[in-house]
Design a protein around this ligand. Structure first.
Ligand SMILES: N=c1c2ncn([C@@H]3O[C@H](COP(=O)(O)OP(=O)(O)OP(=O)(O)O)[C@@H](O)[C@H]3O)c2ncn1[C@@H]1O[C@H](COP(=O)(O)O)[C@@H](O)[C@H]1O
Length: 119
């Protein structure tokens, strides 16, 4: 895996990207890829999320060595990015998802499922 700026890549990037995605609501699709997705609407954004998810699967299946890992990371970044565009389009953000992950943190999926099926 590339070591480039790994230390700098943290949650702050998600927050900064959330802000940019909000700002792009008033931008033109000619100058902004994100604004062009907003203009095309929900179906186009969903299409991109599905496409990127499929690319993650293919990259994971083909993942061999450092090159394969870099390719997989690139595809996961594309998927995260497009899901963030989806959230922004729905007036949500990565911060909202992080709240849920934080609430779940430390709770085993098995235990959570058992609690859910009992109620
Ligand atoms: N993180 C990203 C990012 N990741 C991926 N992409 C774009 O997502 C697209 C991925 O689509 P594909 O790989 O399927 O390529 P494509 O064939 O061009 O796509 P389609 O024609 O099928 O839509 C590419 O155009 C990438 O450049 C991103 N575009 C933007 N960002 C961030 O969003 C910010 C705002 O971007 P703009 O709105 O373009 O200024 C940027 O500063 C970045 O921080």
């Amino acid at each position: 895996m590339k070591q480039v700026a790994k230390e700098a890549a943290n949650n702050e990037v998600l927050g900064a990207l959330d802000s940019v995605l909000q700002e792009r609501r008033t931008a033109s699709g000619d100058s902004s890829y994100v604004a062009s997705l907003y203009e095309k609407g929900l179906n186009k954004i969903l299409e991109k999320v599905g496409e990127e998810a499929a690319e993650v699967i293919i990259a994971a299946k083909d993942c061999k060595g450092a090159e394969g890992q870099d390719a997989l990371l690139g595809e996961v970044a594309d998927l995260w990015f497009h899901t963030m565009v989806l959230l922004a389009q729905q007036n949500l953000s990565s911060a909202d998802v992080l709240v849920i992950l934080e609430e779940r943190f430390g709770l085993s999926g098995h235990i959570e499922k058992a609690t859910r099926t009992r109620s």
